[in-house]
Ligand binder design. Structure first.
Ligand code: ACO
Ligand code: ZN
Length: 164
């Protein structure tokens, strides 16, 4: 999936240093190399990067999980849980995160039979909340003091069962 001036493709092992750099540049939630490698080993199709100007400028990584539906009560679901998404500042507002989300949701559904996509986001993160709302996500729950610094998270979810 490509957009204006960028290309979305699957993560490769040699992208790891660059992805970790973007993560620490953009987000306070950071992870070990083991964590990234383990997610990639288990769910390679929903680990996606965006390339522009000859380098990776954004990423998304997800975990496929079984659980109860977050949208319909007492229904089993297979979730595509967006663990982390970020786009480097100079490359924002060109649709890169939208393309990363669409590609991960499409692959989550097609490759892993995910029925819902969900994520946690800081209640103060207006840019990200708007991105998800624009993609059809709704706020389903508030997780109090979800983050290490005490901030609350919105849990946001979207069904993958109808066409997106
Ligand atoms: N202010 C208001 N609305 C915004 C903003 C903003 N700064 N950024 C995005 N949006 C909304 C807009 O509706 C936008 O559409 P428009 O440009 O046509 O108005 C829509 O989202 C889509 O924007 P994209 O261009 O696809 O998003 P972008 O590539 O800029 O990336 C992201 C958005 C990922 C939130 C980026 O700002 C970022 O990396 N932020 C820091 C890291 C972060 O917060 N990641 C998400 C944490 S939650 C999690 O990881 C599960
Ligand atoms: Zn999870």
């Amino acid at each position: 999936m490509d957009g204006e001036g960028f290309r979305v493709r699957g993560f490769r092992s040699d992208d790891l240093n660059r992805v970790m750099l973007i993560n620490t540049e953009c987000l306070p939630e950071n992870y070990s190399t083991f964590f990234y490698r383990d997610l990639y080993r288990r769910f390679p199709k929903t680990f996606v990067v965006a390339q522009a100007d000859g380098d990776v400028q954004g990423y998304i990584m997800c975990r496929i999980e079984r659980g109860l539906s977050k949208l319909k009560s007492i229904r089993p679901a297979r979730h595509c849980h967006v663990v982390s998404i970020a786009v480097r500042e100079p490359y924002r507002r060109r649709g890169i995160a939208t393309s990363l989300m669409l590609e991960a949701m499409r692959n989550g559904r097609q490759e892993y039979s995910a029925t819902e996509c969900f994520l946690e986001v800081r209640v103060s993160n207006d840019a990200a909340v708007r991105l998800y709302e624009k993609l059809g996500f709704s706020k389903v729950k508030r997780n109090f003091s979800y983050y290490l610094d005490g901030e609350d998270a919105w849990v946001m979810a979207k069904s993958l069962e109808e066409d997106t």
